[in-house]
Design a protein around this ligand. Structure first.
Ligand code: UT7
Length: 329
């Protein structure tokens, strides 16, 4: 089966920085609680820039770095849980901005596992001969849905984008993906508000949705935590088994950046040093599907990941979804 490589990768981080102390003006919290319970010091906020624009800025850089012309890219997959519009997809806005008219373009919503799912889809399109190169754009503005009255969740999230060009290559690739819809209620946001529907009155029915549900993100932190500490190491083990590799044969694991304690537990469960995991949660917080490619971009820029290194990308998130891919950079 045809393998893949990441031929270009780049991120876009919005300028505005939110410090832990910034929260103390509207909720009861403190820097010490946030850093010790989550590992987060700062996160970024996009303020007036739309999700599609952040993604486009990252994508332009990733394409330039790949050396591949836009005409050779047959598919744009945008991963986002925070689109600017329900219709059309964010991928179509990005396609327009990049002037890549004609190629396939769609969004996927796999929450924080989005980038991992998208890499697997890119591999499947490329190996089936349905796309020469695939552009993945992971762009998120969690600040649009965060509930700033919930102190346990609002300190976690930030905005950011990253993009990667995936190309065919004679290199091994393995993936392990899944979802458990029994946990769908643990992490959710109702951002689609039903319109006033005249047929309720005409047909004598009452709407059964709660008008007080204003679309903010709800998280049962403890349930998601339990899921994450079990699933993150399991997904790594499963993908390595498929790849026929031991964890020692992998240079670096790039995990979803949700909570440093989750990553520490995963490291201890796998019996590896924390050094094996690339961490930048302290700077960006949780940026959902953008967190893994933002971390990978930074790992490459700082030399923590080099060409030819074997890496594992592992994510988990709302759905509940999970997944890992193993590839050579
Ligand atoms: O990509 C999405 C995936 N999401 C995740 O991975 C999130 C997974 N869950 C977590 O990371 C953790 O559950 C949280 C960071 C969300 C919360 O940490 P926790 O250790 O589970 O805290 P908790 O909710 O059990 O709260 C412990 C205490 C409580 O006080 P009492 O009842 O013990 O007096 C909270 O009220 O900490 C209090 N607390 C805070 N105190 C200061 C909760 N949030 C804060 C806060 N500042 N921001």
């Amino acid at each position: 089966m045809q393998g893949i490589k990441i031929s270009g990768i780049a991120s876009y981080i919005p300028e505005t920085v939110i410090e832990n102390d910034d929260y103390t003006s509207f909720i009861e919290t403190n820097n010490e609680w946030i850093t010790t319970r989550t590992g987060i010091n700062t996160r970024h906020c996009a303020l007036n820039m739309p999700t599609w624009k952040m993604g486009s800025l990252a994508a332009e850089k990733a394409i330039e770095e790949s050396g591949i012309s836009k005409e050779e890219i047959d598919l744009i997959i945008c991963t986002t849980v925070t689109p600017d519009t329900l219709i059309p997809s964010t991928a179509c806005y990005i396609q327009n901005e990049l002037q890549m008219f004609g190629c396939m373009a769609f969004d996927i919503n796999c929450a924080c596992s989005g980038f991992v799912y998208a890499v697997d889809m890119a591999h499947k399109y490329i190996s089936a001969g349905a796309a020469r190169n695939v552009l993945i754009v992971s762009s998120e503005q969690l600040t649009k849905v965060t509930d700033y009255t919930d102190r346990a969740s609002c300190i976690l999230f930030g905005d950011g984008a990253a993009s990667a060009v995936i190309s065919p290559a004679d290199r091994p690739f393995s993936s392990f993906l899944g979802a458990d819809g029994r946990g769908a209620g643990f992490l959710r946001a109702t951002s689609v508000k039903p319109v006033p529907n005249p047929f309720f009155a005409l047909k004598g029915a009452e709407p059964d949705y709660d008008p007080a549900d204003n679309g903010k993100l709800y998280q049962d932190g403890k349930e998601v935590y339990k899921f994450a500490v079990a699933m993150m190491p399991q997904a790594v083990k499963n993908v390595l088994e498929k790849a026929g590799l031991s964890v020692n044969e992998v240079t670096r694991i790039i995990p979803h950046q949700a909570n440093v304690r989750i990553i520490q537990t995963a490291a201890s469960n796998l019996g590896v040093d924390m050094d094996k995991f690339y961490l930048n949660i302290q700077k960006y917080g949780n940026t959902s599907s953008a967190s893994i490619p933002i971390a990978l971009t930074e790992a490459i820029e700082t030399g923590a990941v080099k060409r030819g290194d074997r890496i594992v990308l592992v994510g988990f998130g709302a759905g509940l979804t999970y997944g890992a891919v193993c590839l050579e950079y």
